[in-house]
Design a protein around this ligand. Structure first.
Ligand code: ATP
Ligand code: MG
Length: 414
């Protein structure tokens, strides 16, 4: 992509009412556009990052047997009235048609996935089953001050599973938990799983996946020796006390952001929607269901919060909008531009994701914009590098520059 043709430009200031670092940087760098508090549009750079996050999640969900679907966002109110959500879920957006008919806007999809599954599950032989989708969710959140980390419209992966026995559910639950850790690791993050109260419908164990960041809205206690971690809201042992799990470590306190959540829905939705199946011994039962969420847009915000610095965003390689940022500094003879154009064409022909800063702008402006945009590797071509027969390669995260030749660039960074 030639930067001179890019839809967006960087800007000096973020909107005055935007207090969150993630949104300030993402807006200034042209990744997102703020529509109103808690609602953002994703522009070319932002959408590229979001798609990469989604693809990592998609790969891991497919790897454990999840089947991708896309469910409706506009929901019949009847389904929500049946489950009790219509009156009990305060974040549920409700809309009324001009005909007087009422609808709910999807904040979660148990009310849709269960009736769909009812059409296809009739025997224990149809189980287990897991379906997921990646898309937009809508919640009437009271406060939306964390940029894209808490939206009224936001991205989520939500998966739902159906099981014959508790044992089978527990097994799958463990598999999903491990796959979540893989997702976070591939995104360059370290997540901790808190054991939490399972929400209003279930007393079963649930896990919240937390990434430590001061921008998070949760407070957690975690052991400095083992994997124990608990949300402050439910924790029995507090900061400074001995770890209840290993008995050796001490609990530390930290702010964290919930980037995923998995829980046991038990038979609640199967009962509500009369989703039944024939068991092996000829009986009739409701399946045990699990639901598994990951906040895709929140993750993007967390990554910006954790790795961003004074100069701008710093993307991990796995989600960067482009692999390489090629920057030309125009010199006297026009040689640098000729050389950069040639290299750009070469990289494109090799299928490399490269953003080429071909704008006629001062070096200082180009570097400041590149720092703000945050692509991990920057290749600079100037009269100086041409004279040296090399390319200047800058590592955004490490803040180090080295000279390499074209072959090395293509082999290692393209
Ligand atoms: P929170 O406690 O942060 O409100 P939640 O418990 O309501 O989250 P779930 O309903 O389990 O969250 O949703 C699954 C995931 O979706 C969460 O773990 C989080 O990563 C993400 N998420 C939830 N609400 C929002 C929101 N308003 N904006 C962005 N992401 C969200
Ligand atoms: Mg919530």
């Amino acid at each position: 992509m030639r930067q001179s043709r890019l839809f967006t430009k960087t800007r000096k200031e973020a909107p005055k009412d935007e207090v969150a670092k993630n949104a300030q940087l993402l807006i200034r760098a042209g990744y997102i556009h703020k529509e109103m508090a808690g609602v953002y549009s994703y522009l070319p750079l932002g959408l590229r990052v979001l798609k990469k996050i989604e693809d990592i999640i998609r790969e891991e969900m497919n790897a454990i047997g999840g089947q991708e679907i896309q469910m409706a966002t506009l929901h019949p109110s009847e389904n929500w009235k049946l489950t009790g959500g219509w009156d009990n879920i305060d974040v549920l957006f409700k809309v009324e048609s001009r005909t007087g008919k009422e609808y709910a806007i999807g904040q979660s999809e148990e009310e849709i996935v269960t009736p769909i599954a009812k059409e296809y599950i009739s025997s224990y032989k149809d189980l287990p089953l897991a379906v997921y989708q990646i898309g937009q969710k809508y919640r009437d959140e009271l406060r939306a001050k964390s940029g894209i980390m808490r939206g009224r419209e936001f991205g989520m992966k939500d998966m739902y599973s159906f099981h014959d026995t508790q044992e089978d559910f527990d097994k799958f639950y463990g598999i999903v938990k491990e796959s979540y850790f893989k997702v976070y690791e591939r995104l360059g993050l370290v997540a901790k799983a808190t054991e939490a109260d399972g929400g209003s419908f279930s007393k079963k164990i649930s896990y919240e996946f937390m990434v430590l960041t001061d921008a998070g809205e949760d407070n957690i206690f975690y052991c400095n020796e083992c994997s124990h971690c608990a949300n402050e809201e439910v924790a029995e042992k507090k900061k400074g006390e001995q770890c209840p799990k290993c008995g050796k470590g001490t609990l530390e306190g930290a702010k964290a952001s919930e980037v995923g959540n998995i829980f046991d829905l038990s038979r609640k939705y199967g009962e509500d929607f009369k989703l039944t199946y024939k068991t092996k011994d000829g009986g009739v039962k409701n399946p045990i269901m699990g639901c598994y969420g990951i906040g895709t847009t929140r993750l993007m915000g967390v990554i910006v919060e954790k790795f961003g610095d004074k100069k701008g965003i710093v993307w991990p390689e796995s989600v960067a909008p482009f692999k390489l940022h090629l920057v030309v500094l125009d010199g006297q003879e026009g040689e640098a531009r000729k050389e950069a154009d040639r290299l750009y064409d070469e990289l494109i022909s090799r299928g490399v994701e490269v953003l080429y800063d071909d704008r006629e702008a001062r070096p200082g402006e180009k570097f400041a914009d590149a720092d703000l945009i945050g692509i991990p590797h920057r290749a600079v071509i100037s009269d100086k590098t041409i004279a040296a027969g090399q390319i200047e390669l800058y590592d955004r995260a490490q803040d180090v520059t080295k000279m390499i030749n074209e072959q090395e660039l293509v082999e290692n960074y393209a």
